[in-house]
Write a protein that binds this ligand. Structure first.
Ligand SMILES: [Zn+2]
Length: 482
């Protein structure tokens, strides 16, 4: 089997990916509860000769499937968690929940799982048919949404065996995700006061809700005095009940603190803790700080990104039918003007290329080009986070994105759920599988690329090594079950 034949093998076997992706879309299981989804992928892999380990890193819905012998060891990452409250019927251009209040694949992780599964199977075929030395590992990584499953797996040393890792994400463009993403901490602040009648005995009450409000006010003042790139978000996850005539004895607020590097997040976190302690002091309430999770910033790797880019540019891009384009056009109308923002994310530091790509895609609902990749550019920072970050500190890691949705489709939206179980989504998934499998094969055929990628990672870390920011006693927890 040569590389070209491997791409053909993937096209012939798209049914495996499609069925897995659609079933995972149907299951729509949220963080750390992806039991059916992980079982499905594990079964397919063990039927195909992979050695499958369950419960990897101590997480029930994580797994690691291995094929091959010796080095190099190349990892492919898979995600399969859904989001709560985003249930939506597939293939519709209007909001219509399949199960009102139910979950939905609003980040396309069903497609993510499908392509990573396909890539692993194709690489296995390639290694076996060429009797090539090397190991491919598919990591089933649960709880990306709000849980940073990979960061917990990284803390347990799961990725230490890797020489390189590939991941991807369904998006609305075809590009290399050669960007840094922000590190973050998620922390729950729990206040406990004293309940009393708010009218007849207010002096006896100590309000936990007051503490939450004062903490938030304090943090809002802090915003002026943190670095420009930092982001601090919060959600009041327990406001103390429905009764204004009761002084609320319990209240909780969940914070998400982001910055370009973990050390910067740590510094802001310590200051937020002081504000929380101040709020407790002001209100005479007790404070408990529960560390939920953390993830590291993504360290891009130009050497490995270039491998993916070379494999992306040799592919024939999907051709869309008139019906697919009509549907994508209807979806695009639901978020007008968002298409150029999609392109801006990748090309903002190259205004001439940005203008050129906007021109080439004008009036088109689907991206049918590959966006330029600049292997000698300084890194851009994307204002989001990904637990791929922890893997990228341990082994050189690169990510590709492919067009699975209409241009301008908002992330975590019903529009995205709707398109995640359509032929357009499947076409993007197949493309991603081909690119990742092609990249992995290049590393097996030319291990010297790995040495260059590792040297680049060492340079970028500049003497630092990976350190998990998650305390040793913190276990993964689904946000909805805090
Ligand atoms: Zn995602």
């Amino acid at each position: 089997m040569n590389k070209h034949q491997m791409f053909g093998y993937l096209t012939q076997n798209i049914g495996i990916m499609r069925q897995a992706s659609d079933k995972i879309w149907d299951y729509a299981e949220t963080a750390f509860e992806e039991f059916q989804s992980s079982e499905l992928i594990k079964n397919i892999l063990s039927e195909r000769g992979f050695d499958v380990e369950s419960g990897t890193g101590g997480i029930d819905t994580a797994f690691c499937a291995t094929f091959g012998e010796g080095g190099p060891v190349v990892g492919i990452l898979a995600e399969y968690d859904a989001l709560s409250g985003l249930s939506q019927k597939a293939g519709l251009a209007v909001r219509d929940a399949a199960t009102p209040g139910g979950n939905g694949h609003g980040c396309g992780h069903n497609l993510f799982a499908g392509a990573s599964l396909g890539a692993a199977i194709a690489v296995r075929e390639y290694l076996a048919s060429n009797k090539l030395r090397g190991t491919v590992k598919l990591f089933g990584c649960p709880g990306e949404e709000g849980g940073s499953g990979k960061a917990f797996m990284a803390r347990e040393g799961v990725f230490d065996v890797l020489d390189a890792a590939f991941a991807w994400h369904p998006m609305s463009v075809n590009a290399i995700l050669d960007m840094s993403l922000l590190a973050n901490y998620q922390v729950l602040y729990k206040f406990t006061g004293v309940a009393s009648h708010a009218a007849s005995a207010p002096d006896k009450g100590r309000s936990a809700l007051d503490a939450v409000e004062l903490m938030n006010v304090g943090v809002n003042f802090l915003r002026e005095h943190v670095i420009q790139e930092a982001r601090i978000h919060y959600a009041i996850t327990n406001s103390g009940g429905f009764s204004p005539n009761v002084v609320q004895p319990h209240a909780e607020v969940l914070y998400l603190i982001r910055a370009p590097r973990t050390s910067q997040v740590e510094e802001i976190y310590r200051r937020v803790n002081k504000i929380a302690q101040g709020a407790a002091l002001m209100t005479e309430t007790d404070l408990e700080i529960q560390f939920i999770k953390a993830c590291s910033n993504v360290v891009p790797n130009k050497t490995l990104s270039k491998v993916l880019h070379d494999n992306l540019t040799i592919q024939e891009l999907p051709v869309y039918t008139a019906d697919e384009l009509k549907f994508a056009g209807e979806i695009a109308k639901t978020s007008p003007g968002a298409a150029s923002a999609d392109l801006n994310r990748y090309l903002k530091s190259h205004p001439a290329d940005l203008r050129e790509c906007i021109k080439r895609l004008e009036g088109k609902p689907m991206c049918d080009i590959v966006l330029p990749f600049y292997h000698d550019d300084p890194d851009q920072i994307l204002a989001g986070s990904s637990d791929v970050g922890d893997v990228s500190w341990i082994a050189p890691t690169a990510q590709v994105v492919t067009a699975c949705y209409a241009l301008g489709t908002p992330e975590h939206s019903w529009q995205l759920v709707s398109q995640g179980r359509t032929s357009v989504g499947h076409k993007g998934m197949l493309l991603a599988a081909r690119v990742m499998a092609g990249g992995a094969v290049d590393l097996f055929e030319s291990p010297e690329i790995i040495e260059r990628a590792k040297a680049e990672l060492r340079d970028r870390l500049d003497g630092e090594t990976y350190r998990s920011a998650i305390p040793a006693d913190v276990k993964p927890v689904a946000i909805g079950r805090l």
